[in-house]
Design a protein around this ligand. Structure first.
Ligand code: GLN
Ligand code: ZN
Length: 770
């Protein structure tokens, strides 16, 4: 037997995809909701899925497996449930007969009780449910789920590490309950909530849990010294507990920054960090601190959020620098593998042209095992694996599927003049008023009209080849004609074609652009039972053919009113795709922008003189650390301007953004210099209007006056109220529109709501001296 003083080296992951290889979880939960299977069958399916997930990870050779990373819906909701943070409306009698239905009521709502709000999990495309807390919240521990999963795993022969959202992040991700007093912040409940975690640790210890992983991703955001001190105190308290599992804190998605000294000085037993992408700087910070003597370090060497196979030589280099900086080092993915699809070998087409390029969750496990071996036994022991990893990188770099010299030359030739419209806004405004003769407070919509099931069936049939291309075009044209006549009858001023041909605003363009790939089984959880298949940007992007011109000009041929062209902007195209890791995001954005620029020019030439370029993701992908934001916003704005700068002064460029905290991006919104911006505003009661006015926003604006996320029909009076607020701030630069696309709504609500919108706009025109 060989004994050495070298620290022990292992391999683990922070979490694994939940859905199963055939999306069993989605199918089972949806079948349960529809009443097609009962709770027992749902439970059996989930148990089976969990067992297979553990088997997969163990078979790959991981040393320690996570548990409780599985969820029926969402891990933040699970945490709220575990802490007893169930809002009174979901506790009420009649909402549910049992715990399972009560849990789903919190997630999805019932006729009596609205669900919890849903929002983005950091800068990923996963959505979590936002717990609602107030001074009345009584935390009561229910350790059932983590305990049951731990026991279940142990019975299957795996000693697992339960994964639980930590107390600080739980509170920072929560929001004040509607009836909480002004000024209440969930963080005020830290001491109470920590006591529940203390109790939990005791329970887990008695069950034989050796390590627990407390996820604290909020540590990678800019926290004040005061919050960091409260965090430190919370973990001192948890560490003091005599009989408890070892505590590992996981802080992923970026650098730990000012949290580093607090973590290094904390009595916790282990720390999981991200060392990929912007978080690579953690290595330097850790080294500067002198490492984590006495602690366990879980090193996120493989990107858990992207689908590229890792550069194993580079990762091994980083790993080697870490060994010796801690007592024990585990190689891991940077974050839970929830954010990538399950298995690249399910993609036969990708495997043939791009062999070895992609590593989905299963393949990442293999990479980790190679890295562990390289660290334990030296690089020579994994020489052939390193060689093939290097070869993959070389083949990507040399591949004509990646590099398109024409695209590169064109991007390199940009000298800055392309980034500005040919005239200043005041000149453009005069030219546009002259050309379009629109009334003040002109009415329009955001783009999509209801996607009826007949429409979806039609697209599916086309995909399966059951109807001909011509029949499909006819069907879409019929739909466009009906959407145009609906809008004419309603009396809207600027019409849209309704986007019936689009499955998704990113996928639709990705399918038509060179440089993007589609997967067949690359499902990633968006929220609950909703999964998406993000496209992969594999190479230089170009536009072989017009993408929207046919549909838009057809729509325009049916009416005398202007029809607005509809494109998805570069930032959003990147945000909802897997992006290249071999060039800066700004380069990729620039290529997408050039493709869109050609589309703008072609729409314009075909007589479409109002063009909207949607950027709903602009705020979502804002870097988590303040210091990285200016760079990001600079290229984000530049790519929008590159896409739209070609438009003539009399062409009106619109943009649209969805609900977000716009406060951080006000200057960027101004710098985009769209002639008109529509934003979601109804839910926040027009707060954005005052913010943009205070920031000096100079162009036209359509703050959404109707919350399209609710089936409720807004009254004419409430729309009028919203419009008056907007007119008070922006005068005749205001537009009237809903606050997002209408694709998820039904026609009856849409008609009634738009009728109220049109009549409210008329009233405000008559009543205000514009
Ligand atoms: N034009 C798109 C639509 O109306 C915009 C959607 C979005 O902002 N998410 O559907
Ligand atoms: Zn929107």
């Amino acid at each position: 037997m060989i004994t050495t003083d070298a620290p022990s080296i292992g391999a683990t992951v922070l979490g694994y995809p939940r859905q199963g290889d055939k999306r069993q979880l989605k199918k089972a939960t949806e079948a349960y909701w529809a009443g097609r299977i009962d709770a027992d069958e749902l439970t059996r399916t989930c148990r089976d899925l969990r067992r297979r997930r553990w088997e997969e990870q163990a078979a790959a050779g991981l040393d320690e497996l996570p548990s409780n990373d599985f969820s029926l819906y969402d891990h933040v909701l699970d945490t709220a449930w575990m802490l007893g943070a169930i809002p009174p409306r979901h506790r009420a009698d009649g909402v549910a007969d049992n715990d399972l239905d009560r849990y789903f009521a919190m997630a999805r709502g019932t006729a009596e009780a609205e669900p919890l709000e849903m929002t983005k999990w950091f800068d990923t495309n996963y959505h979590y449910l936002v717990p609602e807390l107030g001074p009345q919240t009584q935390f009561v521990l229910d350790p059932g789920k983590p305990l049951a999963e731990f026991t279940e795993a142990r019975e299957a022969g795996h000693l697992t590490r339960p994964v639980i959202v930590g107390p600080l992040s739980f509170l920072l991700l929560s929001k004040p309950a509607a009836d909480a007093p002004e000024g209440f912040e969930p963080l005020q409940l830290l001491d109470e909530v920590v006591e529940v975690y203390a109790e939990l640790l005791g329970v887990l210890d008695r069950a034989g849990v050796p390590w627990v992983q407390l996820d604290e991703p909020c540590l990678v955001t800019d926290l004040s010294a005061e919050v960091l001190e409260r965090f430190a105190a919370a973990y001192r308290r948890l560490s003091e507990i005599a009989d408890r599992p070892k505590i590992m804190i996981a802080g992923y998605f970026d650098r730990l920054g000012s949290a580093w000294p607090v973590l290094a000085g904390s009595p916790i037993d282990g720390l999981a960090i991200d060392l990929t992408g912007p978080a690579a700087g953690n290595l330097e910070e850790l080294t500067r601190l002198g490492g984590l003597p006495g602690k366990r370090l879980v090193a996120g060497l493989v990107d858990g959020r992207n689908i590229w196979s890792a550069d194993l030589s580079a990762a091994l280099d980083v790993g080697r620098q870490l060994v010796g900086l801690a007592d024990r080092v585990d190689v891991a993915a940077s974050c839970s593998l929830l954010h990538v699809p399950l298995d690249a070998t399910a993609e036969a087409e990708l495997q043939s042209s791009y062999a070895g390029w992609f590593a989905f969750a299963r393949q990442k496990l293999d990479e980790l095992v190679v890295l562990r071996r390289g660290l334990r036994e030296g690089a020579a022991a994994v020489a052939s694996e390193l060689e093939s990893s290097d070869a993959v990188r070389a083949s990507r770099a040399a591949s004509p599927l990646v590099t398109d010299p024409l695209v590169r030359a064109r991007a390199a030739a940009i000298d800055g003049t392309e980034l500005a419209r040919s005239a200043a806004y005041s000149t453009r405004r005069a030219a546009q008023r002259d050309r379009w003769q629109l009334p003040d407070v002109a009415t329009t919509t955001i783009g999509s009209f209801p996607q009826t099931s007949a429409l979806r069936r039609m697209r599916a049939k086309r995909l399966r080849g059951e109807i001909s291309a011509d029949d499909y075009v006819d069907a879409m044209r019929q739909e466009i004609a009906s959407v145009i006549s609906e809008q004419e009858e309603l009396g809207l001023d600027v019409l849209v074609h309704g986007e019936p041909e689009r499955n998704d605003m990113v996928q639709y363009f990705a399918e038509q652009l060179n440089g993007f790939l589609a997967t067949r089984q690359g499902w990633v959880q968006s929220y609950g039972s909703r999964y998406v298949r993000p496209p992969i940007i594999v190479g230089d992007v170009s536009r072989p053919e017009p993408m929207t011109v046919g549909w838009s000009t057809y729509a325009q041929s049916l009416t005398d009113r202007p029809v607005k062209g509809m494109l998805t902007g570069p930032v959003t195209m990147l945000a909802w795709s897997f992006v290249r890791d071999d060039q800066p995001l700004s380069d990729t954005a620039r290529q997408v922008a050039l493709a869109l620029r050609d589309e703008v020019a072609e729409l314009e030439a075909a007589g479409i003189g109002i063009i909207q370029v949607d950027e709903p993701a602009l705020r979502e992908t804002l870097p988590l650390r303040q210091q990285d934001r200016a760079d990001y916003l600079a290229w984000a704005v530049e790519s929008f301007r590159l896409a739209t700068g070609i438009a003539a002064p009399s062409t009106q460029i619109h943009t649209h953004m969805c609900y977000a905290e716009f406060g951080d991006v006000l200057q960027a919104i101004i710098a985009m210099d769209a002639d008109v911006i529509s934003l979601e505003a109804a839910r926040s009661k027009m707060a954005i209007v005052a913010d943009l006015a205070a920031a000096g926003y100079p162009n036209e604006i359509g703050p959404g006056v109707w919350d399209i996320h609710s089936p409720r029909v807004p009254t004419r009076e409430e729309i009028l109220d919203h419009l008056r607020t907007a007119v008070a701030a922006f005068g005749d630069r205001v537009w009237a529109n809903p606050d997002c696309g209408l694709k998820t709504r039904g026609y009856s609500e849409v008609r009634a709501s738009l009728a109220n919108l049109v009549s409210a706009a008329r009233l405000v025109r008559e009543q205000s001296a514009l």
